[in-house]
Design a protein around this ligand. Sequence first.
Ligand code: ADP
Ligand code: ZN
Length: 435
Amino acid sequence: MIFDEEFETLPREALEALQLKRLQQTVQRVYHTVGFYRRSFNDADVTPDDIRTLGDLRRLPFTTKQDLRDNYPFGLFAVPMSSVVRLHASSGTTGRATVVGYTKRDIEIWSDLMARCFVAAGLTKNDIIHNAYGYGLFTGGLGAHYGAEKLGASVIPISGGNTKRQIMILQDFGPSAICCTPSYALNIAEQGQAMGIDMRSLKLRVGIFGAEPWSEEMRVQIEAALNIQALNIYGLSEVMGPGVAMECLEGREGMHIFEDFFIAEIIDPDTGAPMPHGAKGELVFTTLSKEAFPLIRYRTRDITSLIPAPCRCGRTLIRMDRVTGRSDDMLIIRGVNVFPSQIEAVLVGIEGLEPHYQIIVDRVNNLDTLEVQVEVNEKIFGGGDVIRVLQNTEKRIVKDIKDYLGVSAKVKLVEPKTLQRFEGKASRVIDKRHI
Ligand code: ADP
Ligand code: ZN
């Protein structure tokens, strides 16, 4: 099923023509309404009239998170506050929060795109959607909420937290879909099991999970724990919020980017040079319709690649692969680049472990140290020689991390349910080197 059949299946040529028209309008608008863009275009010696083809986009300078911070809170808005109907702020996972604004039309389009996402997940107005993304300044809750209403589905605005109540509502209201971070989905499943509830026999059919990196292995775990199909959704508040890209039920391999509203590029994070399709690099977005907070070549710092191959769902929109991490959450440990998601991928492949872990980085005698704490599951205590099993598991993790990532780690197995749980975005890394 496709929500916006016409625009989600446009032939490439028509899509690119539409993109160019919208790009030219956007560039004119920001040049004439936002001082920051006028200055940065002038510095780069480019004017809106220079944008004659989509390729000319590369002549425009990048916009960075630092630019957003420098213009905090409203300096990049392209409309007067009287036209702004909503403000949101990023969750501030890294550094100071950034503020974004929306006009009425921006909210309309965001709702449409979120509705596209729900339909890509096989949902209709007959579904009940349990929305456990946080409501508030974070874009997740309200973004999904408006999309669900746009579709005509019944939305349960439960927001994040109060997990016992979430579980009760999952049982009593029987929603067919759940939206939250993947780590919270696991948390809910685990607490439900602990309460003696068969979390696999709920009415849930599909989960729409995003807002943080997760792995294919984690998908398998969530799907097994909740007996659902787990789909990936991507977005960021600067560009809009959730609903910039969404995996389809038919393909389940990469998220379709809504290219009629956003142009995606992949660049080399070190040099800024464009990279070809399929190559892994930093994702960059230019918005094509936003009124209040347009962005030109915004460096997301998310690391992924683009998949141009056609998808069996019929959408012609390009797909982006899983985000493996942010260029700025990359840990450099004794010179080796390590993303937390790579450690997660190693851990979830090993039997006897729970998908709950913490990474602690420190510097001792000028040498970086990496410690991975991970929970073992109850079953490990059921067998015979528990101590030997634990020792072997620990050795296996150390070896796999060394083999796959090329770094030595100290591994600490901890008892089930002892590491911190998260209700929104998980925060896996404690980097003591900056303290
Ligand atoms: P922040 O976390 O930067 O404060 P947001 O709340 O807007 O701000 O979160 C957006 C970020 O969340 C993205 O840039 C990306 O790093 C991460 N993210 C969102 N969806 C996904 C996803 N499906 N997979 C991986 N990371 C994601
Ligand atoms: Zn598809």
